[in-house]
Ligand binder design. Structure first.
Ligand code: UDP
Ligand code: MG
Length: 148
């Protein structure tokens, strides 16, 4: 497998660049943020918990997100590879990812880090907030997400 982690602040373009990489290399996309937002939209138990963190700009607890990640990955493990977008975000998550992949006989081949100045991120996220309808694309929450 060709497994890639795409890393960067909120609004740095992880989702946008993931789409281009996926098209070029035929990979599958795992965006933990998208998974959580789908749960919120479907009003599941997990969605309710996730919403309480996301709307405050905080991280969903490691144990929860690590479990979700493993089950999403297992649905895609017969693919050419996976791009992890928005995960890992903490050291325990990175360690869990490494372990999860090694138990499945694979690993991360590359990390792409998108570096964008905070002032630019704020401009982009406020603009995105006008159309995204995301509960976290507002001034106070953006600042909290940058800190986290
Ligand atoms: N989030 C999280 N863990 C994840 C992915 C997302 O806790 O693995 C939460 C967190 O609250 C974050 C929000 O979802 O601020 C949005 O994350 P996403 O990666 O979708 O958006 P981005 O930060 O790239 O704008
Ligand atoms: Mg994103």
């Amino acid at each position: 497998m060709l497994n890639i982690v795409i890393f960067g602040g909120p609004g740095s373009g992880k989702g946008t660049q993931s789409e281009k990489i996926i098209e070029k290399y035929g990979l599958e996309h795992i965006s933990t943020g998208d998974v959580l937002r789908a749960e919120i939209k479907n009003k599941t138990e997990l969605g309710k918990i996730a919403d309480s963190y996301i709307s405050k700009g905080q991280l969903v607890p490691d144990e929860l997100i690590i479990d979700i990640l493993a089950s999403v990955f297992d649905k895609k493990k017969d693919s050419k590879g996976v791009i992890f977008d928005g995960f890992p975000r903490t050291i325990p998550q990175a360690e869990a990812l490494k372990k999860m992949l090694s138990e499945r006989g694979t690993s991360i081949n590359a990390v792409v880090a998108l570096e964008v100045a905070d002032e630019e991120l704020v401009i982009r996220l406020l603009n995105r907030g006008k159309i995204s309808g995301r509960s976290d694309d507002n001034k106070e929450t953006i600042q909290q997400r940058l800190n986290v």
